[in-house]
Design a protein around this ligand. Structure first.
Ligand SMILES: [Zn+2]
Length: 176
């Protein structure tokens, strides 16, 4: 009983702690990227109920509308918080403004490259990065001599390329 009480007291239930825990919630499609790396988490709020209970609201913006991974992500966010003593978690999907690859952190882009996926090149507002003849760098050998094989790679958010130097196919996380 004493142990139990100490455990409850030592648990940090705060907005800051929630952000920390979310660093460990990963994208099911790209397991090296957390929801923070992706820029999916827009905000975390403390909410107070009239009866004195507290809860947390997590505002998320899906990376791609209709992305099936988003349901898994929402569940994983909830689980990560509930397992750490948080209660009354509400996930709110905010669709506007729409998610853009500009929200990905620089750390996320480095992690993507190390994982073998070329990170989005340029900024979404710069139309030249949306053109089909965009030069995409091979994540294996860094060659820019690559060919687009398909606008859709392993998932809709990625395009499939092949490197003309090392001959390896690779995914490019499309800029949008
Ligand atoms: Zn290559």
């Amino acid at each position: 009983m004493v142990n139990q009480i100490r455990m409850i007291i030592s648990q940090d239930i705060s907005v800051e702690k929630a952000w920390q825990l979310l660093e460990n919630v990963f994208d099911p499609e790209i397991p090296v990227l957390s929801v923070i790396d992706l820029g999916v988490i827009r905000d975390v709020h403390l909410i107070k109920f009239p009866i004195g209970e507290e809860g947390f609201e997590v505002i998320i913006t899906p990376t791609y509308s209709g992305c099936p991974a988003m349901d898994v992500i929402s569940t994983n966010i909830k689980m990560a918080l509930l397992q750490n003593g948080f209660k009354n978690i509400k996930i709110i999907q905010q669709l506007s403004p729409a998610w853009t690859t500009d929200w990905m952190t620089e750390k996320a882009k480095e992690k993507l490259k190390a994982y073998g996926i070329t990170p989005p090149t340029g900024k979404s507002f710069d139309k030249k990065y949306l053109e089909e003849d965009l030069k995409v760098e091979c994540p294996q050998c860094r060659s820019k001599d690559t060919t687009l094989l398909s606008q859709f790679g392993s998932t809709a958010c990625k395009a499939l390329y092949r490197c003309n130097d090392c001959k390896e196919p690779f995914d490019y996380f499309k800029c949008h």
